[in-house]
Design a protein around this ligand. Sequence first.
Ligand code: FE2
Length: 249
Amino acid sequence: MNAPDATPIREVSAAELGAMTPAAFVALLRSECSRPGRGMADHPVLAALESGAVTLPQLRLLIEQWYLHNRNMLPWIGQIYVSCPHEEVRTALVKNLAEECLGIFTGTKAHPELMLDFAAAIGMDPAAIRRTAQLADSRRVTDYFEFMAKCRPWYVPLAAIGIGLETFVPEALTRMRAALKKNYAIPDDKLVFWTMHITTDIEHGDEGTDMVARHAVTPEARKLVYDATVETSVLYFRLWNMYTMAGRQ
Ligand SMILES: [Fe+2]
């Protein structure tokens, strides 16, 4: 299956974005990030997992490249901490990193390590995955996090993560988890990455929205957030679509 062509990105002016209420602006971001060829919402891999059409080599490639992105993007969360001037946001970022790197609040472990536990359950070698290079469609999304963290105001990558990605996590990962359990016979203790994110991202659902309402208020700030959030969703779609690159065996 090939990726559907991404919907052309709708250009919206800074003035138009700046005139919106925060709620209308967030609703526009969510709807743009839900279009075909963008983000996690109803991504083709979900239906393919639910029907059992994803082969083991395809699932392995997806997990390998998704793990590498998750692991390699974490330093850019630290970069956002450095550039954010607001103490309460920095504190939230430290908590986020402590959870991502140690699983400290959920009593689990580093989130990338949870992905490796799953990888082992589908017959992969975690040590080999750690040494693997990122392929282009995985590298591009990681590189875009680097770009946003270094070249855009601190709230831009946080909006891209919080609104463009995390708000779609509970539904997408719930579907993925159920399909992995049903069609691939993965036991619950190897699905902690999914179970934990479904719960925590429901709890964090409004944080990105609140942050945009408070900090991305000028037309120029809104434009930077809009462009980067939609772009992140395009790149993330391609990351999840990497399963189509593996041989069907
Ligand atoms: Fe995580």
